[in-house]
Design a binder for this molecule. Structure first.
Ligand SMILES: NC(=O)c1ccc[n+]([C@@H]2O[C@H](COP(=O)([O-])OP(=O)(O)OC[C@H]3O[C@@H](n4cnc5c(N)ncnc54)[C@H](OP(=O)(O)O)[C@@H]3O)[C@@H](O)[C@H]2O)c1
Length: 329
């Protein structure tokens, strides 16, 4: 079996390599792609040294599965070439997520959307992915109508350059002032919260907030789902947190809801300890805490969830999809 990893040198790509070693057959062979800057870099996969190739047409061969995490522009430009050569493509970017014929797959929720006719598969946005893992089992039980999610997005969600910038800002300590403009974001992020994640769109919401709206509806298959999102960027390295108020058609019960979550693979409810981004870092599971019944209605659940944006939010889900393809193709 031949696997291509596009963007292998990035934050997500390096996790993809590690998880491929765990979840895919050991005899798989790997081709790693990145930009011309990384061509020739040597990375190990399953103890074998692989030399990174520049992503360009003449280097693309035939693969069984190609895992893309090199930004939307690369996906738009090169995914077709991989597909034309017969490969499945699992894409981490937002390039194809809302195309009707492209399944937007969260393993554990809707991997049954994958077939031989859908060789291009989109991996959802990292913040949305963590939240829908919690909403899915609650929706099955109580029928979801509306969510009001407030996200606390970590810096590694913006890639390697953002993490380097955070580390530089951290070194400045108290010298870091509000007028600092040399960082990755428009405002300093160390010791700070920026009340905007992503870029503003015409309706005043950011593209990250609109991903909550559109991707939750598509993954959960609830076209009428009402979503009122607010996304902030916080000075945390890894682990996206979300406070969510969810309204259902049926009356809810907190203890029962917690049992429902604990029975769902990939989700853990933490009763004793508050789950934080540091707890989520390196965890394959989405962690949930502070479940409360709404103050204004018996049909509302308010809770906190947090997940590793590089794992279930990206690399883990992509490789779970690849593993599903291997078992079902
Ligand atoms: N970080 C997350 O939590 C997260 C979650 C979900 C989805 N994603 C998506 O995953 C993708 C990668 O994110 P990341 O966080 O891993 O970013 P990153 O750390 O900045 O890595 C980017 C990767 O893309 C490669 N790349 C950049 N320009 C390229 C070009 N012109 N040709 C070929 N390769 C190129 C880089 O190669 P070089 O090393 O050679 O520059 C590197 O391997 C993005 O589409 C992002 O939206 C990220």
């Amino acid at each position: 079996m031949k696997i291509a990893i596009v963007g292998a040198t990035g934050l997500v790509g390096r996790e993809i390599i590690r998880i491929c070693e765990e979840l895919l057959p050991h005899e798989a062979t790997y081709t790693l792609f990145a930009s011309s800057n990384s061509a020739g870099t040597k990375l190990k996969v399953n103890e074998k040294v692989c030399e990174v190739k520049e992503l360009k047409e003449e280097n693309i061969e035939t693969y069984d599965i190609s895992l893309f995490s090199a930004g939307g522009e690369r996906s738009k430009k090169f995914a077709k070439s991989f597909l034309n050569k017969g490969s499945y493509v699992v894409d981490n970017s937002s390039a194809f997520r809302m195309e009707e014929e492209v399944p937007l797959v969260v393993y554990g929720i809707n991997e049954d959307k994958i077939s031989k006719e859908t060789k291009l598969i989109s991996n959802p946005n990292c913040t949305t992915m963590g939240l829908v893992m919690v909403l899915k089992p609650l929706h099955e039980k109580y029928k979801l109508e509306k969510i009001v999610p407030t996200a606390y997005q970590a810096v590694s969600g913006s890639g390697r350059a953002a993490v380097e910038s955070l580390k530089n800002e951290e070194k400045l300590g108290e010298e870091l002032k509000p007028n600092y403009r040399d960082g990755f974001y428009t405002r300093p992020i160390s010791r700070n919260v920026i009340p905007l994640a992503g870029n503003l769109t015409e309706n005043g919401y950011s593209d990250e907030e609109m991903k909550f709206v559109n991707e939750s509806r598509k993954i959960l298959d609830i076209k009428s789902l009402i979503v009122e999102p607010s996304n902030a960027r916080v000075g945390v390295e890894t682990g996206h947190g979300v406070f969510c108020s969810a309204t259902f058609q049926k009356e809810v019960d907190v203890k029962e809801a917690i049992d429902v979550l604990n029975s769902f693979n990939g989700v853990q409810y933490w009763e004793e300890t508050l789950p934080t981004p540091l707890d989520a870092e390196g965890s394959n599971d989405v962690l949930v805490g502070r479940m409360r019944k709404g103050l204004s209605s018996n049909k509302i659940l308010n809770f906190w969830s947090v997940s590793d944006n590089l794992l279930k939010g990206a690399a883990l889900n992509a490789v779970q999809i690849a593993s599903y393809i291997v078992q079902n193709d």
